[in-house]
Design a binder for this molecule. Structure first.
Ligand code: NAD
Ligand code: GLY
Length: 369
């Protein structure tokens, strides 16, 4: 595969009058024309962080200067540990401090942390202003920038405070992935991998044959991974925007993964790393529930490992590790009346959400940590 075969692509999220386009291409970030159809406004506010700003903010600012009289910028501290009220308030301080009106358009320039916080700020400021996602991590391009979940963390639980609020546009610039640390690329691959077992075994096969190209950042392979991931996410979100059912399948591996993130302290394990080990645990649980066979679990395990992700979960409590996981997992948003609900693989390429006996979950945790 060569990058010369690659061409710009679009995926549409169908949500009636809140539908929007995901643009996928190399060098899109500073292509002024990409932003031409956004709602008209006097002010644009770029929300980014201290790592991404020096890499890409000037270029985005130049592109936006064609469309807005004033392009402002706020730089947040970098890291999952800063996905909190304090950072959110910095966005509100900037908006109010500059006298931004309700037409002001927010641009989230960065990974999922910046994207989730900017979306939440946009949902709240003056009860809702337009926002655009310009995701610069693989994880954000294949998942977090799409579908309108926005949030901050609480010390007691991940993404516990937030809103459903859709962006006006998502601009995935594949060239921005060139500067991404390898560990972050692997973390993004976790969210790519999840789409196979839950929805598309042909995609899983493609990932098996393309993993080396993806890790080498072959642009054509990355474009295909981003496009197919966004297509699957668009298909799910288009049917169940607010997660009353189907959308929960996108959380495959996340129940265990969120427990790992919160239990280790936000930022110690990357979100994608938690999801990687979490998918292996969720697949093991599926096998113990008699839904998939050992061959399927082994296939997934190999893919997770080849992506450079951890296969085993960490020990969160030496005295009662499974007990600590269970305690953390009960705070999951899918829990109902204290009962944990897991996304399981209900046969290759198909996911379901169901409860499982604590004893079985304990066995999985004991064998996977
Ligand atoms: P992140 O936002 O922390 O970004 C990872 C790191 O890469 C950061 O240090 C960031 O500054 C840096 N970075 C970003 N772009 C870069 C680039 N192009 N070059 C160099 N460095 C760059 O993490 P993430 O993995 O993008 O996102 C994880 C977050 O997304 C979690 O908070 C998770 O809960 C959330 N998430 C949300 C959804 C959703 O549907 N809203 C889905 C999945 C994950
Ligand atoms: N990342 C899970 C979702 O968007 O529903």
């Amino acid at each position: 595969m060569s990058s010369s075969t690659y061409a710009k692509q679009s995926v549409k999220i169908e949500l009636g009058d809140r539908s929007y386009i995901i643009e996928i291409g190399a060098g899109l970030l500073d292509e002024g024309a990409v932003y031409a159809k956004l709602p008209r406004a006097a002010i644009a506010l770029i929300v980014t962080n201290t790592t991404v700003a020096p890499l890409y903010a000037e270029r985005l600012k130049t592109a936006l200067a064609r469309h807005y009289r004033q392009v402002l910028q706020v730089e947040l501290a970098d890291g999952e540990v800063h996905k909190n009220w304090q950072s959110l308030n910095q966005i509100f301080d900037a908006l109010l401090g500059h006298g931004c009106d309700r037409k002001t358009v927010l641009f989230a320039l960065g990974g999922g942390v910046v994207g989730d916080m900017t979306g939440f700020a946009a949902a709240c400021y003056m009860r809702g202003v337009p926002f655009v996602q310009v995701p610069t991590t693989l994880l954000a391009q294949v998942d977090s920038s799409v579908g309108g979940k926005t949030a901050i963390n609480h010390p007691l639980g991940k993404n516990m405070i937030g809103a459903f609020y859709q962006p006006q546009l998502v601009v995935c610039d594949l060239a921005a992935l060139d500067t991404l640390p390898q560990r972050e690329l692997s973390a993004g691959l976790a969210e790519v991998i999840k789409y196979g077992p839950i929805a598309d075994m042909a995609f899983m096969e493609w990932l098996e044959s393309s993993m080396d190209a993806l890790l080498a950042r072959d642009r054509t392979a990355l474009a295909q991974a981003v496009r197919r991931s966004c297509e699957i996410k668009a298909w799910v979100v288009g049917q169940d925007e607010r997660e009353s059912g189907l959308r929960a399948i996108l959380n495959f591996g996340h129940t265990f993964g969120h427990a790992i993130e919160a239990g280790m302290g936000y930022g110690t394990w990357l979100h994608g790393e938690g999801v990687g080990a979490g998918m292996v645990m969720a697949a093991e649980l599926s096998q113990r529930l008699g839904l998939v066979d050992a061959v399927f679990v082994a296939r997934l395990r190999i893919l997770v490992q080849r992506a450079g992700l951890p296969l085993r979960g960490p020990v969160l409590d030496a005295a009662d590790n499974a007990g600590r996981y269970l305690e953390l997992m009960r705070v999951d948003k899918k829990s109902e009346a204290g009962e944990i609900r897991f996304v399981v693989i209900d046969g290759p390429g198909r996911a379901a959400v169901r409860a499982a006996p604590d004893e079985l979950v304990r066995e999985v945790i004991d064998s996977c940590c």
